[in-house]
Write a protein that binds this ligand. Structure first.
Ligand code: MG
Length: 264
């Protein structure tokens, strides 16, 4: 079979985790590691979707939830989902916000860090030993900063204009909220910064970048070729996982729009 056909055969398209085909289950049951997106796959607006609890129970310890969430810590998100009936251990999450904090701490442990993000992300940065500053940073980290003001964004523009590095937790412009309401995501802040500073370079950590998939694989010890990724977003979940050689299952029945990706 030509290589392109062989590659395209790696993506199964399925309705939802509640209605996986026997072929999909064979792939999942035979995988060393199973990565799953959260929003639109196992939950919507952090409310468990039908079939998610059964899926999580069947996959067991092989599961890693790989989410571009840059608001919560894994501990917070696990507790929130458990309170709504979906029990996944905090150690089974890789989240773009926490991962971005970890990447900054690993690459620039002494950096002065300007962090646009939730109180939980600021706590995570302090816990990682990073020094949070409001001016003259070496690194600007952008997460989903619902509390950020335009003045905060102006401070980030000034820092980046003067040469600070930019790290962005995820490139998503929006994620679907209740009743399909688009919620502003981290990538929309990147788009704003790039509107003011055209060509601004950024290190993006979340899906579809390989950093997140490699972190998820490292948690399980699995090779990419023995791992499968389930997700609803063809651009971030499917294309990102395939880029590093994982098998993929795309779920259709999600609130996330298909068509143009929700990434810049
Ligand atoms: Mg999704």
């Amino acid at each position: 079979m030509p290589k392109s056909a062989e590659r395209s055969s790696r993506t199964l398209v399925e309705a939802s985790v509640a209605e996986l085909s026997a072929r999909a289950w064979r792939l999942i049951d035979g995988a060393q590691a199973v990565m799953a997106d959260l929003d639109g796959c196992l939950a919507a607006d952090n409310q468990p979707l039908p079939g998610a609890a059964e899926f999580v129970a069947r996959v067991g310890a092989r599961l890693v939830v790989a989410s571009n969430n840059s608001t919560h810590t894994a501990t917070e998100l696990a507790a929130l989902l458990a309170s709504r009936g979906l029990s996944i251990a905090p150690r089974q999450f890789v989240l773009a916000g926490e991962l971005a904090v970890g990447e900054v701490a690993r690459q620039w442990p002494e950096a002065r860090l300007m962090l646009l993000g939730s109180p939980a992300m600021r706590d995570a940065a302090r816990a990682a030993g990073l020094r949070l500053v409001s001016g003259e940073p070496d690194v600007v980290l952008v997460a989903r900063a619902l509390q950020a003001t335009v003045a905060d964004l102006q401070d980030a523009v000034a820092a980046l204009h003067h040469g600070a590095r930019l790290v962005v937790a995820n490139p998503d412009l929006s994620h679907p909220g209740e009743n399909g309401l688009p919620r502003i995501e981290t990538g929309a802040l990147l788009t704003l910064l790039r509107a003011v500073l055209p060509g601004l370079p950024a290190q993006v950590v979340g899906k579809p970048e390989p950093t997140m998939f490699r972190a998820a694989l490292a948690m399980t010890g699995a090779d990419a070729g023995r791992a499968v990724m389930l997700g609803d977003n063809p651009t971030t979940d499917v294309a990102g996982a395939r880029r590093i050689g994982m098998q993929t299952i795309r779920l259709r029945a999600a609130a996330a729009p298909e068509g143009p990706p929700n990434t810049p």
